[in-house]
Ligand binder design. Structure first.
Ligand SMILES: Cc1cc2nc3c(=O)[nH]c(=O)nc-3n(C[C@H](O)[C@H](O)[C@H](O)COP(=O)(O)O)c2cc1C
Length: 381
C-alpha cells in the first residue's frame, strides 16, 4: 500500500487521508473551501460550543455552514454535559454534517474550566458518556436528500441518513455501485453503503493526556471506541504542552496498533515530508494538517504529489499573494468588508511567509482596513 489511501469513518467513505484540522479562528468555511480546492480530503469546523447551540445563540450558527465545494465536512462540538451535547446534535442537524467530532483536546482555560476540551481526559467516564449520548442523538438525525447533489431520484438512497455517497458528479446511486461496508479498500469515487448502515459517524479528538505524568490517551481512546466513536484523532501533545514542544508520534503509532477504529494523527505536520513521515512511521489512517496549512493551502496538493511521486512545482510568491487576496475577497462576500479585512490580517501575514519583502508587506497589511488597502499594500513598486 502507498501512503495516499482512502479512509472509512463509519459509513462515510473518503477518497484520501489528507485532512484539514479544526483550527479556531482560521478554519472557517472560506478557508476550508480553499483547502478543498487545493486537495484536502476532509475538513472540520473549528470547535463549536454545545452550550451556545443549546441556547440558540445566533452568532454560532454561521460557523456551522459549509463551503459550496465542501461536499463533506465534520462539525466539531465541545461541551461537558452529555444532555447538552445531545441537544447540540439536534441543533446542527439542518447543516447535515458528514461527521460529528467531539473536542477532548482544547487546552484553553475558558474551555477547560467548564470541564470540556482536554479536561475530559481527566474524566474518561464522562467522556464516554458524552460520546454515547452524541452517538445516540446522531442516530436520530433525519436525512435531507435535497442538500446532496445527485441524490434525488435514487430509489435506494431515499431515506438514508444524510451524507453517504455525497461525492459530487460521481454517481452516488448504489444501484449502479454496489458496495460492501466490510471490504477493505474504499471504492474509487466514493459510494453509498447499504441502507441502514450509514448513520452520521461520531469521532473524537484527544491529546496524549493532561500532562506527562498522565498519558492516558490509550484509556480514553478505548473508552470512546466502546462508546461508539468511529475514528479517533490524536494530537500527540499533552495539555500541559499546549502547542509547544514536540509531538510524540510514538503515541500515534501505539494507538494505531491498539485500536479497531481508524486513528488520525495530528501534531507537527508542517511540510509534505512530515505527513509522509507520520504515515510511514505510525501507520495511522489519516493525517491532519493544522498550522502547516495556514497561509499554505497548497500543502495538500504538494503532499499528494509527493505520495504519488509526481513532480511538484512550488507556487511562486505571486501566487501566495494572489491566493491571499482571493481568500480575502471570498471572506468579504461572507462577512462583509470591514470584518473580513480585520480577521484576514493574521491569515494574510501567514501567506507572506517566504515572500520577498515580507516584513514590509506585513507592516502595511496590519494597517489595511479595506480591500483596496490590502491590494495597495501588496503591490510593491
Ligand atoms: C490557533 C489554534 C487553534 C486550534 N483550534 C482547534 C480547535 O478548534 N479544535 C481542535 O480540535 N483543535 C484545535 N487546534 C489544534 C489543531 O487542530 C492541531 O491538533 C494542533 O495544532 C497540532 O497540529 P500542528 O502541530 O501540526 O499544528 C488548534 C490549534 C491552533 C494552533
Amino acid at each position: 500500500m502507498g501512503l495516499r489511501n482512502p479512509v472509512r469513518i463509519g459509513g462515510v467513505f473518503l477518497q484520501g487521508n489528507l485532512f484539514l484540522a479544526p483550527v479556531a479562528g482560521y478554519t472557517d468555511r472560506v478557508f476550508r473551501g480553499l483547502c478543498v480546492d487545493h486537495g484536502a480530503d476532509f475538513t472540520f469546523t473549528e470547535l463549536i460550543s454545545s452550550e451556545a447551540l443549546f441556547r440558540n445563540s445566533a452568532k454560532t450558527f454561521p460557523l456551522l455552514e459549509r463551503a459550496a465545494n465542501e461536499m463533506r465536512y465534520g462539525i466539531q462540538l465541545f461541551g461537558s454535559d452529555p444532555a447538552v451535547m445531545a441537544a447540540a446534535v439536534a441543533a446542527i442537524a439542518p447543516f447535515r454534517p458528514s461527521v460529528i467530532d467531539i473536542n477532548a483536546g482544547c487546552p484553553v482555560p475558558k474551555v477547560v474550566k467548564t470541564g470540556a476540551g482536554s479536561a475530559l481526559m481527566k474524566t474518561p467516564g464522562l467522556l464516554g458518556e458524552i460520546v454515547a449520548a452524541v452517538v445516540k442523538a446522531a442516530r436520530g438525525l433525519s436525512p435531507d436528500e435535497g442538500a446532496v447533489p445527485g441524490r434525488r431520484g435514487c430509489p435506494q438512497t431515499k431515506g438514508l441518513p444524510p451524507d453517504e455517497g455525497a461525492v459530487p458528479g460521481r454517481g452516488s446511486c448504489p444501484q449502479t455501485r454496489r458496495l460492501s461496508l466490510n471490504e477493505g479498500p474504499v471504492p474509487s469515487g466514493g459510494g453509498c453503503p447499504p441502507a441502514g448502515e450509514c448513520p452520521v459517524p461520531v469521532t473524537v479528538k484527544i491529546r496524549s493526556g493532561w500532562d506527562s505524568s498522565a498519558l492516558n490517551y490509550l484509556e480514553c481512546a478505548k473508552i470512546v471506541q466502546e462508546s461508539g466513536a468511529a475514528m479517533v484523532t490524536l494530537h500527540a501533545r499533552t495539555r500541559a504542552q499546549g502547542y509547544g514542544g514536540t509531538a510524540g508520534w510514538e503515541h500515534i503509532a501505539r494507538l494505531t496498533d491498539e485500536m479497531d477504529i481508524p486513528v488520525c494523527g495530528s501534531g507537527d505536520l508542517f511540510t509534505a515530508v512530515d505527513a509522509e513521515r507520520m504515515l510511514s512511521e505510525t501507520h495511522c489512517a489519516a493525517v491532519m494538517f493544522a498550522r502547516g496549512a495556514l497561509g499554505n493551502p497548497f500543502i495538500f496538493e504538494e503532499t499528494q504529489c509527493l505520495f504519488e511521486k509526481t513532480p511538484y512545482t512550488p507556487p511562486p510568491s505571486e501566487q501566495y499573494i494572489e491566493t491571499a487576496l482571493a481568500h480575502l475577497r471570498s471572506a468579504i462576500v461572507v462577512v462583509g468588508e470591514e470584518a473580513a479585512c480585520r480577521t484576514m490580517r493574521t491569515h494574510f501575514c501567514r501567506y507572506l511567509k517566504g515572500v520577498p519583502h515580507a516584513a514590509t508587506l506585513r507592516y502595511r497589511i496590519v494597517r489595511a482596513k479595506t480591500l483596496r488597502e490590502y491590494e495597495d499594500a501588496v503591490s510593491i513598486d
